[in-house]
Structures are given as structure tokens and as C-alpha cells.
Design a protein around this ligand. Structure first.
Ligand code: PLP
Length: 386
């Protein structure tokens, strides 16, 4: 019988595996301090028929609610995020000898994929009783939090590196958030956000500090697989900073396999970083399970300027378990490929989208992506976000 009720969820530490009830306002694992993942104990019982229910519901990421962290009767805080197009890149695909597709996340309410994660995290936290929020951000997450906090009627404070493009700060303030520009990197912003949270009692929505941003991000992969009629692509190439989208994609593939919607989840996941800040690539190339912090991080792709990712183990495990990899590209190559996306395909691409195309080209040249494969690229934001 179809399960109409939301089947409930638990938390499992992504590092030590400890399982726990999803206590209100959960953050890191209380045993080892690792990031936690949401688990749906009844996922296998949903069965492939759930896809018909997803298809019949009103559009947006919340139609996947059986595998989202909502309790029965809860209404999501939503601005209509999700259901972005998976666009074929015909000319670029022909050039590379691939079936090339781009998930265009710039169409989200504040112009980036961060909307999905923040919608999920803020929804859960508000239902759990949080009334004030704080976040460190490279820019897009801050703008997303600002908008969703406005939607929920709760205050938000955002710590951004001071060299974040001015337009981002303007957007955050426009939505009513309090913005602090920090002379430092995202890691310095993280320390200030944590200090603010412990002083004021605000809930800290830092990447992977709480388990629910991944759940929102994973809906990108659910939509991709639905658009491909549940035939997994050969490869996914993803611009990796904190890694929530990559981990979310890995998790979505596992959940769809457990449901029975995909039978052969042999999608290889590739993480893309900038040459000036590539801790995951360095760890991958030297066979490490964790990534050492990157010194003097610099790249024009400010979403990728994350010198130390809390989810490093999980990112590295995702690319290892899927037989994928990690690759760094220069800022020049990113910029050239961003223009190519704009001028050859009409995509309103951000530089991280260009980074992914540059990486796909390099992976194809190296023979890691092979002729005729189906390859999904992510454009994680839009041009106006600069
Ligand atoms: C446009 C853009 N792309 C990619 C990333 C990296 O995303 P993730 O944290 O999921 O690795 C960010 C993060 O700020 C971003 O803003």
C-alpha cells in the first residue's frame, strides 16, 4: 500500500556512524563532532510507485517530501525553489563527443542552488523552534538565508569575506539581513558566526554543521534522475566548495536505488575546484581520507574558495565510492568556459558553471570521461549574482 504519510527520519553521523533520533535543532554528532546525515528508515518501502506521486504534485522541490525532513502536517518555508531545467548542451556536447546536459540552478528564487539547502534547513529549524539565524557565506548562501529568513519573519545575520562582490552584500541587505564584511576568508567568517551563535543563541546554519541543507541540495539530483527517466548518467561534474551538493547527489543516488527507481547507480561523481584553492583535489590525488587546510586560498570562483571543508571525508568518500575523481582548473580556463556557455549555448552561467565545463573538457581529454557518455554539469548560480 502506498505510504501517504511522511515516513519519518533519523540522523546518522557521516564519520562514526552513530545513529540517533533527530532531536530538535540537531547539529554535529554528539559523539565525534562529525557532520550528520538524515536517514529515512522506511525509504525502501516507498517503492518505485512513489515517482508517480512526485510527478503529480505541484512543482518545486517539496514534491519529494517522502524523502525530505518534514514531519506530518508541517508546511515548508518556500519561495518556489527547485524544478530548474536540465538543458542539453547540443553544440558543446557535439564538440566533446558527449551527451552533455546542464542543470541550470541560476533559475532559483535568489539565483543559486543555495536556495534549496537553505529552504530545507530553515524550514526544519523554524519548526524545531529556532527564532534567529546566523551564517558564514561566500555570498550565495547568505543571500538565500536572507530571503528565506524574510519569508519566515525571523532575523538573520550574515558574515561575508569583505572582497565578496558588492552586489551580493546589497542583495543580502535588501532582504533585511544584517551583514558583517570580514577581513578574511569563509573560515574566519565561520569562527565569527559560531561566536555570534554562542553569544546570542541564534541557530548557526554553517555548511554541514546541521544536517538538513544537504537534504535540500539532494533534490537537484532527484530532479535530474526524474528528467532522465531514472537512467543514471555516466558522470556528474560538480563545483565543490563545502561539498553539500556533491554529498547530496551521492545520497540521492543511494536513496533512489533503495527505493528501486534506479537499478544501476554507476554514476561517477567528479569534484571541481580552482587551482588556487583545491584541498579536496590535493587530498584525492595523494590518496588521503581527509583534506588538509589550503593556505593562501584564492580563486575568482568565490563559491569555491573554501580552504577547509567540514565534509572533506564525505566528499572524498563520495568520489571514491563512485569511481569518480577530483580536478582543479585555473581561473583563466573557468572564465573562458563561462563565456563559452554564455555565447555558445545562451546559458546565464556563473563562473562555477564555467569551472565545471573546463573540468569536463579536461576529463574528456584525459580519457576519464569517454566518447558518447551522458554527463551532467551544474551551473550553480547566475551571472547576475556578481
Ligand atoms: C555558485 C556556487 N557554486 C558552487 C559552490 C560550492 O557549493 P558546495 O558548498 O555545495 O560545494 C558555491 C558555494 O558557495 C557557490 O556559491
Amino acid at each position: 500500500m502506498a505510504i501517504e504519510a511522511d515516513p519519518g527520519f533519523r540522523l546518522e553521523c557521516g564519520v562514526c556512524g552513530a545513529s540517533s533520533d533527530a532531536a530538535p535543532l540537531a547539529s554535529l554528532c554528539t559523539i565525534c563532532g562529525g557532520p550528520q546525515l538524515v536517514r529515512y528508515p522506511e525509504v525502501a518501502e516507498l517503492g518505485p510507485d512513489v515517482a508517480a506521486r512526485w510527478a503529480d504534485r505541484p512543482r518545486g522541490m517539496w514534491r519529494f517530501r517522502e524523502i525530505l525532513p518534514l514531519r506530518q502536517g508541517e508546511v515548508p518555508i518556500s519561495l518556489g525553489e527547485g524544478d530548474t531545467p536540465l538543458l542539453p548542451l547540443l553544440r558543446l556536447g557535439e564538440d566533446l563527443g558527449l551527451r552533455l546536459l546542464m542543470k541550470d540552478e541560476g533559475r532559483n528564487p535568489t539565483g543559486s542552488f543555495k536556495d534549496r539547502g537553505l529552504a530545507a534547513a530553515l524550514t526544519r529549524a523554524v519548526h524545531d523552534g529556532a527564532r534567529e539565524f546566523v551564517i558564514p557565506s561566500a555570498g550565495n548562501a547568505g543571500a538565500a538565508l536572507a530571503a528565506y529568513a524574510a519569508r519566515a519573519g525571523v532575523p538573520a545575520r550574515i558574515f561575508l569575506p569583505e572582497d565578496t562582490p558588492p552586489g551580493v552584500q546589497v542583495r543580502c541587505r535588501a532582504f533585511g539581513a544584517e551583514v558583517t564584511a570580514v577581513d578574511g576568508l569563509i573560515t574566519d567568517c565561520g569562527a565569527l558566526a559560531a561566536e555570534d551563535a554562542s553569544r546570542t543563541g541564534a541557530f548557526d546554519l554553517s555548511t554541514l554543521r546541521e544536517p538538513y541543507r544537504i537534504e535540500g541540495k539532494k533534490t537537484m539530483a532527484l530532479e535530474i534522475l526524474e528528467a532522465l527517466e531514472w537512467q543514471p548518467p555516466d558522470a556528474v561534474v560538480y563545483p565543490t566548495g563545502g561539498g553539500t551538493g556533491l554529498i547530496g547527489t551521492w545520497k540521492a543516488l543511494e536513496e533512489l536505488a533503495a527505493i528501486g527507481l534506479i537499478t544501476n547507480p554507476e554514476t561517477r561523481l567528479y569534484a571541481v575546484q580552482g587551482e588556487g584553492c583545491a584541498p579536496i583535489v590535493r587530498a584525492w590525488l595523494s590518496g588521503q581520507q581527509v583534506a588538509e587546510p589550503w593556505q593562501d586560498a584564492h580563486t575568482e570562483a568565490w563559491g569555491l574558495r573554501v580552504p577547509r571543508a567540514r565534509g572533506d571525508r564525505l566528499i572524498l568518500r563520495a568520489i571514491r565510492d563512485t569511481d569518480g575523481g577530483a580536478i582543479a582548473v585555473s581561473d583563466d580556463r573557468m572564465q573562458q568556459e563561462t563565456l563559452r556557455l554564455q555565447r555558445t549555448e545562451g546559458i546565464n552561467a556563473c563562473i562555477e558553471g564555467g569551472a565545471v565545463l573546463a573540468a569536463a573538457r579536461a576529463l574528456r581529454a584525459a580519457g576519464q570521461i569517454r566518447e558518447g557518455e551522458t554527463v551532467v554539469l551544474f551551473n550553480t548560480g547566475n551571472l547576475q549574482n556578481y
